[in-house]
Design a protein around this ligand. Sequence first.
Ligand code: ADP
Length: 494
Amino acid sequence: MADHTGKRASKRAVRRIDTSSIKTTTLLSFVIFALFLVMVLWGLSNFFLSSFYERARSQEVIRTAETLEAQFSQDSVSFGSLALQTASSNNIYIRIDTPDERFIFDGTREAQDSDAFEADVSRIETKLVFSTAENVSETRRDNSGMGTRLVYASFITSGSTDNILCIIAPLYPDPVTVRILRDMLIYISFIVLIVSLLLAFALSVRLTSPIEKLTRSATELSNGNHDVYFDGAGFTETKELARALNKASYEMEKTDFYQREIIANVSHDLKTPLTMIRSYAEKIMDITGDNPEKRNADLNVIISETEHLNKMVTDMLSVSNLQSNNIELHMETFDLVQAARSVYESSLALASSEGFDIQFHPCRPAYVVGDRTRMTQVMTNFVSNAVKYSGDNKFIDLRLSKSSKKVTFHCIDHGMGIPAEEIGHVWDKYYRTSANHERGIEGTGLGLSIVKGILNLHGAKYGVESEEGKGSDFWFEMDTVRKPAAEETEKKDG
Ligand code: ADP
């Protein structure tokens, strides 16, 4: 039993190490970097320390030799004390051979027998005598047990006599120094590893804490809490992500709100015509069925209510198609002014029946590329909104203007207008201004969002200028193109 629990616990522990998490990745990266650094340090100290040391020491010994040479030629009397001091402080063997005497200053720490240097000295002196140079030097590596050393010789003059200065300098680092260096390296390696681990831990916590916060908020949002606030404090990127998520959450809340509203509105709007249809059908069945005149009047009510229902359902389908990019445009080149004229002409019937004064101000023919039916739908929607929201002022202006490469359509009414704080929302789906509710104007809030979708698909600019109580000007602008060749020929033939 105990065994099973242990196994399960260890399995859980294994599963908890997520190699793709930011924490593990930062930790691993830092550890790898620290190990690499330590390896480089050890590699350098093991493979390059001796060659490094040899080069630096050789240069230093040659510089010392030059100082000694200069001192000897200036003041050979005090030279002895300088040579002794230099030999011991630099761990070198100095020898001066004059025609009559030999002076040795041995400062090598390992207290070599001076005789051991004899072979080196005679070799380098012979080399110097046969050389034309002022001084000669060589690095000796042999099996004499003395280790690598620099052997140097030069002529030094005192008065008229030529003497020879010889220097032998061991080129291997002092074993104590090497040991100290090794120990230091061990400490440095430990410090580097521990500091990297601490840094990696601190960095991963700092990196992941805003992400974890965002994830917690997102989980809350997915559970339906729209009041959640995304806080990405810490990094510019997480702040941007938080801003985007807050916006998305706001949009979701807005859509949710409108959707709830529309379900309430639409069910109310659907209920009214359905009740009408039902009651008129019952009326025909029970009362007016035998009276052709009354029956036809009742049937007309049913037809108009059905049309209303049909429009609502069509709008909903259009929005859903636009939203899923499931809309097919039949692009053609057509005269927008002519299309606008047909919208105007169909609105005339309404104008006369409901007392609207609709004026049409066309411009020169303006050819555009687009879906004629959809663009007609856009203009019709503007006009029907103008009619719907005109209130008592029933004067509507349809205006077209053409500049060099653009044509603009305006639908201007003098009705209730839109409050400034709501104007940005009228293109949102399901949005209806507060005034509608007060006045009981029916609608779905889908018309302008369909218009917006169609105009966006056409790459057209659009907008609305409106003042509450004074009226609105809904407009769009399209690029014009040359008149199609076919139409030109047709006209000529005609
Ligand atoms: P609907 O008219 O079905 O409510 P729309 O999407 O066509 O939906 O319009 C959205 C909202 O914009 C309307 O509910 C109305 O409040 C406002 N609106 C549209 N056109 C006008 C207009 N010409 N004058 C004043 N308000 C308007």
